[in-house]
Every structure is written in structure tokens, then in C-alpha cells.
Design a protein around this ligand. Structure first.
Ligand code: FAD
Length: 388
């Protein structure tokens, strides 16, 4: 694998870095405090073509892949935006864009991809309160009705649903009890929003206050046959395809946030003196930051490998899950030690580390918990018996 970046990739990194400079920590502090959607930032991402990175050129995108997306997300995070860049790009471009690129028919591609490239927002609705991690227990039902479907159900923790113009939705087309296999009878739909049959109720949460995550109630939502993505009943296998790029996205964010926090902590540790020497000269301050840096750099490489494999159409589940575990551990460790470096100031909103702490901790829980990523590695990489 050749890690030297090509011209286009260097341009992505440069463009991401320029955007991040225009929307630094002060901007995010304010958006987070005021629970305000970052309109200016989103506009900048769209105008720079970031929402179209993974969309083929014939649909108005950049025709690149997850490797470039990971570079963009990581740079946006490490240069000052924290989780925000990854969050919005993942919702629209990975959940919406990449799913349709991979599984949409020509009509769906023509309808949605040019809009996504121009920043039409998307969300992904998989999680349900009673199913949780066990997505196969999805209860939302899509019942065939004439030349379409009627959908009823309830989704939990759906990020961006309040603003999205499109939602990729997982529903059962065969009830679990009647399905030939647990993995069959699930179908994936692409739904236009807003729709009076879809009620979006935001959930108050710990961080990322500049974007909503919501409970979604679906009551007699009518969709046409053209809304079905891929083959009816095979939706689970389509979803699996989206989960790896989702992991890569969040790993990029964890590494980026970690690097951002280390950068700020190092700056501070060089200046801050409480005894004779700057605090950064004490091994107890310096070594944890050095260790976190080493772990982040290792996680980054693994994540690049996962993205590279994905773009080549190769199996990447092992790398994507291992990168996710490593990136989350390294990223949270970095922010934790950055907070310690700042002492009491690490707890003050003004120094931003507490916000990054709230952001990076999400990645331990979502899109997949550390435990479930470890379960994947245990079973599929180590060949141990399934643990659940
Ligand atoms: C801010 C936020 C945004 C989100 N955005 C989205 C979104 O846009 N779309 C979407 O569909 N979902 C979204 N989610 C949902 C997220 O993916 C789930 O919360 C996550 O997958 C865990 O599901 P759960 O919360 O029901 O936990 P549970 O499944 O109830 O798990 C609880 C705990 O038990 C552990 N556990 C469960 N089973 C096992 C097992 N077999 N072995 C070991 N440990 C186990 C889990 O690892 C976890 O620690 C979001 C969540 C949050 C918090």
C-alpha cells in the first residue's frame, strides 16, 4: 500500500484545512452553546465539493472514494472543527450518498445523487428502542399496498432527521417470526422528507448540540415501489455495506479530535508554568500525550488501509472494526490527557477540551459500540466462537 498522497488528495487536505481555519473552536463553542445549526460551515463544505466526494462525476460529484473522505474528515477535525465535519458528511454523503451509489437503481441515482452533491441533507434510520444493537429485531414494518408500501414504526437516535430531505430507512417487509432467516425480510427504503406521516422529536443529549438527534415516529407513511433500495427482503446485506464506511468515518473523527486536543495541550504545556519549568517538561504531563499521539498515528494508518481496501472493492470489515477500536481508544485517551494537561481550565468551556471530550465519547457508543466491534474482531478475525 502506497501512502504517498496524490495531487487530488493533497488538495482535499488543503481545502479541508482552509475551511477548518474559517470555522475554528470559537465558532463551534458558540454553535454548541446556542444549539444552532452551523449554516455557514455546511455551506462552505458544499461549495468546496465535500458533500460530493464519494458521488461519481456523472452525477455531479468528485468521483473519489472513502480514502479521500477519511482524509477530509480527519483534517476538518484535527484543524479545529472537532466532530462536526465528519458528523455532517457522514449523515449526508455516506449514509445517503454512498448507500445510493452502491445500491440505488439508475432512477434513484439520478433523483438523489446530484442533490446530495449539492448539499441536500440526508439521515439514516436503523436504530429502534427495543432492538438496540440487535438490528435484526427491527419492528418497523413496510406492508405492500398496491404499487407501493405503507410503513409504520418508530426509530430512535436518528441524527439530522429534523432537517433531512431524505432518509435511508430500514424496515421489515416480512415479520421476523415469518422470515426464512433472521437476516432476511428486511428492506431498505429511501424516503423523501419532510412528510406529515413522519414525526421528528429531538432528544436532549450530552454533546453535539449544533445538530439534533431524534426519535422518529412513522405513521402510515406511503412510499412508492421506486423507494425500495436494492432487492426486497435483502436490506440487511445492503446495510452491512454502509456500516464499514460509517466506522471509517467515525475513526477518522476520533483520530482528528485526538490530534486537535493534543495540539492544544502541547501549546499550553509549553507556556504554563506553576513551578520552575513549563508543565510540559514533567514526564507525567508529557508522556501520556506522547503515548496518545503514537496510538493515534497507528490507528490512522489502519483506518487508511480500511478505506483503501473498501475503495478497491475488497473485504475491509476486519480493518474497519480494528481501526474503530484503536481510534476510539487513542482519541479518547488523547482528549482525556489534554484535559488533565489543562488542569482546572480543561473543565472550562472557554478552552474547548470539554466539548471535544463530549464529542469523542460518542464514538465509543455510536455508530457501533466498542463491545460490538470487539465481538466482530473476536469472531471474524480471531476465529473465536460468536460471543452473543
Ligand atoms: C448521539 C447519537 C447519534 C446516533 N445517530 C444514529 C443515527 O443517525 N442513526 C441510527 O440508526 N442510529 C443512531 N444512533 C444509535 C446508535 O447506533 C446506538 O445507540 C448504538 O448502536 C447502541 O445501541 P443502544 O443504544 O440501543 O445500546 P444497546 O444495544 O442497548 O447496548 C447497551 C450496551 O450493552 C452492550 N451490548 C449489547 N449487546 C451486547 C453483546 N452481545 N455483547 C457485548 N456487549 C453488548 C453494548 O455494547 C452497550 O454497551 C445514535 C446514537 C447516539 C447516542
Amino acid at each position: 500500500m502506497d501512502f504517498e498522497l496524490g495531487e487530488e488528495q493533497k488538495m482535499i487536505v488543503e481545502a479541508a484545512s482552509d475551511i477548518a481555519k474559517d470555522f475554528g473552536p470559537e465558532y463551534w463553542r458558540e454553535k454548541d452553546r446556542n444549539h444552532e445549526f452551523p449554516e455557514g460551515f455546511w455551506k462552505a463544505l458544499v461549495e468546496a465539493g465535500f458533500t460530493g466526494i464519494v458521488i461519481p462525476e456523472e452525477y455531479g460529484g468528485g468521483g473519489m472514494g472513502m480514502f479521500e473522505m477519511v482524509l477530509a474528515m480527519e483534517t476538518l477535525a484535527s484543524e479545529g472543527c472537532g466532530l462536526a465535519g465528519e458528523w455532517f458528511l457522514c449523515l449526508t454523503s455516506v449514509f445517503g450518498g454512498l448507500t445510493i451509489v452502491k445500491h440505488g437503481n439508475e432512477g434513484q441515482k439520478q433523483k438523489y445523487l446530484p442533490k446530495i452533491a449539492k448539499g441536500s441533507e440526508f439521515c439514516l434510520a436503523l436504530t429502534e428502542a427495543d432492538a438496540g444493537t440487535n438490528t435484526l429485531n427491527t419492528r418497523t414494518m413496510a406492508v405492500k399496498d398496491g404499487d407501493g408500501y405503507v410503513i409504520n414504526g418508530q426509530k430512535m437516535f436518528i441524527s439530522g432527521a429534523d432537517r433531512a430531505k431524505g432518509m435511508v430507512l430500514l424496515a421489515r417487509t416480512t415479520p421476523l417470526e415469518k422470515a426464512e432467516k433472521r437476516t432476511l425480510g428486511l428492506s431498505l427504503f429511501v424516503v423523501d422528507l419532510p412528510d406529515p406521516a413522519v414525526e421528528v422529536v429531538p432528544i436532549e443529549k450530552h454533546g453535539i448540540h449544533y445538530s439534533e438527534t431524534a426519535e422518529v415516529f412513522i405513521s402510515d407513511l406511503r412510499v412508492s415501489e421506486e423507494s425500495l433500495l436494492g432487492e426486497r427482503g435483502k436490506g440487511w446485506y445492503l446495510v452491512l455495506d454502509t456500516l464499514n464506511p460509517e466506522r471509517m468515518s467515525f475513526s477518522a473523527a476520533a483520530c482528528g479530535i485526538g490530534l486537535l486536543a493534543i495540539g492544544k495541550a502541547v501549546e499550553y504545556a509549553k507556556e504554563r508554568r506553576v513551578f520552575a519549568a513549563p508543565i510540559g517538561s514533567h514526564q507525567a504531563v508529557q508522556f501520556p500525550l506522547a503515548e496518545a499521539k503514537a496510538k493515534i498515528e497507528a490507528a490512522r494508518l489502519l483506518n487508511y488501509e480500511a478505506a483503501w481496501l473498501y475503495d478497491k472493492g475488497k473485504r475491509c470489515g476486519a480493518e474497519a472494526n480494528m481501526a474503530k477500536v484503536a481510534a476510539v481508544e487513542a482519541g479518547t485517551e488523547a482528549v482525556y490527557h489534554a484535559m488533565q494537561t489543562f488542569g482546572g481550565y480543561g473543565y472550562a468551556v472557554e478552552y474547548d477540551v470539554e466539548r471535544w471530550w463530549r464529542e469523542v465519547n460518542l464514538i465509543r457508543l455510536a455508530p457501533v459500540t466498542q463491545q460490538m466491534a470487539l465481538a466482530f474482531i473476536g469472531e471474524h478475525v480471531l476465529g473465536l466462537p460468536k460471543s452473543y
